[in-house]
Write a protein of this length. Structure first.
Length: 286
């Protein structure tokens, strides 16, 4: 006689168990739809080349415009200054050789459950150097997956030097770079192939090899060496810091911890964001 009651109790227990199991899943589903909680980021970068080239100090401010659980639309604004070379500068010249700015509008989108993202950006760059003014438009496409990255960038000059005749010609550029792990914690190798040129200088294919070591979550150093027929062999050492540091539990939507810095960070120059002139080495660093 108690069998119907036991059956009813069994159904009630089963229903309760299903509700308990469903509750976390539903909560997780809601959490996954929450927007990313990545605020503004700042990046400082110092590029130290060989003595006959110019040290360059850069400051980036990266601010989100719209964020969802998967997408981040952002503005990346950069200003930079280059000093006169230690060797080869004319007597009585000013300390600074050049000033410039760069702005990028971009979007990055997470996929593969937050283990990868792809993105694109476009923007405008300008450079004032020793009485000359240069401009270009630039674009970048990126694919990042945990320890691997593929970046394609390009720059197109808008006009020749503004006023006086100059031996410096702005170069159009196309750059392809990959970042690969080395097996040593924190160390990545980044080979790059690029094409630069203009109507007055002709074109040249070049290559660059970079080694980047991350000291901590937001600090890194990059040693680079490159060669092309326009400038020969050159190299540089770059120090870079991105702040603030973020912990995975403060970001919101699901994203792998190793991707947080690159997802929230600046659009790399990758050889084309800083305007290149025909007598200047390729830009390096992330």
């Amino acid at each position: 006689m108690n069998q119907p009651g036991r059956l009813l109790d069994g159904k009630a227990a089963l229903s309760l168990g299903l509700l308990i199991l469903a509750a976390p899943a539903k909560g997780h589903e809601l959490a996954a739809k929450e927007p990313l909680k990545l605020g503004a980021s700042q990046m400082i970068k110092l590029v130290i080349p060989q003595p006959y080239s110019s040290n360059r100090l850069e400051y980036d401010y990266i601010v989100p415009i719209v964020q969802t659980a998967r997408d981040r639309y952002f503005l990346d604004a950069k200003v930079f200054a280059s000093e006169q070379p230690l060797i080869g500068a004319s007597a009585g010249s000013d300390f600074f050789q050049a000033f410039g700015q760069s702005a990028r509008l971009g979007v990055r989108t997470l996929f593969e459950q937050g283990n990868a993202f792809h993105g694109a950006s476009v923007g405008y760059d300008s450079l004032w150097q020793q009485g000359e003014y240069y401009q270009q438009i630039g674009a970048a496409f990126e694919y990042t997956k945990r320890d691997y990255q593929l970046v394609l960038t390009m720059g197109l000059p808008l006009s020749p030097p503004s006023a006086t005749a100059s031996v410096d010609t702005p170069l159009a550029s196309v750059n392809v770079q990959v970042s690969l792990p080395t097996g040593y914690p924190g160390l990545a190798v980044q080979p790059r192939v690029y094409l630069v040129g203009s109507n007055s200088t002709g074109s040249a294919v070049g290559g660059q090899l970079q080694f980047t070591y991350s000291f901590a979550r937001s600090w890194s150093a990059t040693l680079a060496s490159n060669y092309d027929e326009l400038t020969g062999v050159s190299g540089s050492l770059t120090f870079q810091v991105l702040f603030p540091q973020r912990q995975p539990d403060s970001v919101g939507a699901a994203i792998h911890p190793s991707l947080i810095n690159s997802f929230a960070g600046a659009v790399g120059n990758n050889g084309s964001r800083v305007i290149r002139l025909d007598n200047a080495p390729a830009a390096s660093g992330n």
